[in-house]
Design a protein around this ligand. Structure first.
Ligand code: NAD
Length: 265
């Protein structure tokens, strides 16, 4: 039976380090959070971020902008935040309304204030969780399912830095009927797709470490991409969903903010 690889205990350690860094800064770092419209998902992230910022002595400034703001208007707003000296970090809450191009807008954030891409938060959270198991990734067979810009691709580079042997699967792997064979040989399996039950429990190699990044709502419950009950019987470690990668992501965002504030000093 797998050990649960929970995000909160790792997040608590990171938060303790952040508190010390904030103290040594001598002032509260300022995080500007830009929320466009009234998306319930984005509002939930904002609440979680506000809570953790308060706990860590970080000044969280929420800017709520109207749903129908034109792209140029939003970019101008971000440029003002770039120029606003006391602001150390800027985050753009996702998802944005349909008419706004995330890539274009996020590229207007000054690199030194772009705390989301500084050290990408979710891939870093996955690396922290793996680190907490004590596993040496050198030469390990790691299989990532999902090759998105925000998770799969940056994670591949982080794992290569640790000399893991990395295979990246995606939609075409499934279409070619080869997902199962890759998953079956994974000593470390990381799944970030967004499809409940995509990874069958019986595919998990005995003793594998399973990190489930997926977040899916199924009949009012939040579940990951891996069949948890069956996978838990075979894995050595497995992240719960919720409670795995998620809680760590916000802690890493705040760590990036404090790092940015230090660099700006
Ligand atoms: P995305 O939609 O950008 O990418 C999905 C990936 O899955 C692509 O590589 C695609 O090719 C692949 N894919 C789709 N169907 C597949 C299939 N049948 N078989 C194999 N691969 C398939 O997704 P994303 O933004 O990376 O998010 C993925 C999931 O992770 C979502 O559930 C999202 O909510 C979650 N997520 C969680 C966190 C967190 O902090 N916990 C952060 C980001 C994303």
């Amino acid at each position: 039976m797998a050990k649960l690889l929970e995000g909160r205990p790792v997040a608590e350690k990171i938060k303790a380090q952040i508190k010390l860094s904030v103290q040594s800064l001598g002032r509260a770092p300022v995080l500007a959070s830009v929320l466009v419209g009234a998306n319930p998902g984005a509002a939930a992230y904002v609440r979680a971020q506000e809570k953790i910022a308060l706990e860590l002595g970080i000044a969280y400034k929420l800017h709520q902008l109207p749903e129908n703001i034109p792209e140029g208007g939003l970019i101008d707003f971000i440029l003002k935040l770039n120029a606003d000296k006391p602001v150390n970090g800027i985050i753009l809450q996702m998802p944005l309304p349909q008419h706004l191009d995330y890539k274009k807008i996020s590229e207007s954030i000054a690199p030194k204030k772009d705390i989301e891409s500084m050290h990408p938060c979710t891939p870093t959270a996955v690396m922290e969780l793996l680190g907490s198991t004590g596993i040496d990734l050198y030469g390990k067979e790691v299989v990532i399912v999902g090759h998105s810009q925000i998770v799969g691709k940056p994670l591949t580079l982080l794992l290569l830095e640790k000399f893991a042997t990395v295979t990246v699967c995606h939609i075409a792997t499934s279409k070619a009927g080869r997902l199962e064979e890759h998953v079956r040989r994974a000593e470390v399996l990381i799944v970030a797709v967004g499809q409940a039950g995509l990874i069958k429990g019986q595919w998990i190699k005995e003793g594998a470490i399973v990190i489930d990044v997926g977040i899916n709502r199924v009949a009012d419950k939040i579940v990951g991409d891996v069949e948890f009950e069956a996978a838990e019987k075979r894995a050595s470690y497995i992240t719960p969903v919720p409670g795995g990668v998620g809680p760590l992501t916000t802690a890493i965002l705040m760590r990036n903010l404090v790092e940015a504030a230090k660099l700006q000093q």
